[in-house]
Ligand binder design. Structure first.
Ligand code: HPA
Length: 272
């Protein structure tokens, strides 16, 4: 057994002492979107601080716990709060909870985040399905000893975001009369927002939205054979395209869109 796998298994064992619930779908709630957790018919919860060697979120707007329970008939484990590279964790540490959720049984991962919009057709408050990502500005979470038990050394990244899930989420949104756009998400290190010059460059590279999470999580999930979906809420226009940026505004827009977001995510999970 690899050293990393043994460490992960230890955390899984700690969670298994609290609950034997087996999730099929894992969900990560982004900045200001943690309110969705109330919609889950909760069976158990585990605080990150109660687990050994576990990265703990330090950002306001990010709670720190796993919530286990049902959304309709679907068994979910939900991360209320994620950790970020900019908090000083390595990307390998950042993706540890994703590995844990896979080891607990999750086959599908739904990632959500708040992001800045680059695409000129995007408005503040829009939802965007992630169809692809650019993670090249942050170190790969797969660097170092490979966890052979969970995936191969050189994983293919041709289709990180599952095409069937993209169609499925589009159909759900359309039935609910919720507009959802599509685009490429680019992950930066943060914690600073970008300069207008960087945003211009990211636009040239093909990014439609920018944020400080998600791509490394999607990458590791893909390497473990999970089906991945990603939904961004465009909380602001990217630097230089609108007003000056602030975390307060990001949280404010997230809270204004929280009811629509909850409805969308509930329906996606219930019928998945
Ligand atoms: N840039 C980076 N991260 C973000 C942004 C942004 O404009 N908005 C929300 N998260």
């Amino acid at each position: 057994m690899s050293r990393q796998y043994a460490k992960l298994q230890n955390v899984v064992d700690e969670i298994r002492r609290v609950t034997d619930f087996v999730p099929t779908v894992a969900v990560v709630l982004g900045s200001g979107l943690g309110d969705f957790a109330k919609e889950i018919d909760k069976v158990a919860e585990v605080k990150y601080t109660s687990l050994s060697d576990f990265p703990v979120s330090t950002v306001s707007g990010h709670e720190g716990k796993f919530i286990f329970g049902k959304v309709g008939k679907t068994n979910v484990v939900c991360m209320q709060g994620r950790v970020h590279f900019y908090e000083g964790y390595t990307t390998k540490e950042v993706v540890m909870p994703i590995r844990i959720m896979k080891m607990l049984g999750a086959k599908t991962l739904v990632l959500t985040n708040a992001a800045g919009g680059l695409n000129s057709s995007f408005k503040v408050g829009d939802f965007m399905q992630i169809t692809g990502h650019i993670s090249s500005f942050v170190p790969s979470p797969l660097i170092g000893e490979n966890v052979d038990e969970l995936g191969e050394r050189f994983p293919d990244m041709t289709e990180v975001y599952d095409k069937n899930l993209i169609t499925y989420i589009n159909d759900i949104a359309s039935n609910l009369d919720i507009e959802i756009k599509q685009g490429v998400y680019l992950q930066t290190t943060g914690p600073n927002y970008e300069t207008p010059e960087e945003i211009k460059m990211f636009g040239l590279l093909g990014a439609d939205a920018v944020g400080m999470s998600t791509a490394v999580e999607a990458m590791v999930a893909c390497s473990m054979g999970m089906k991945v979906a990603g939904i961004s809420l465009i909380t602001n226009l990217a630097a230089g395209l609108g007003n000056k940026l602030s975390h307060e505004e990001v949280k404010q827009v997230a809270s204004e869109k929280t009811e629509v977001f909850k409805k969308l995510l509930y329906n996606v999970l219930e019928n998945i």
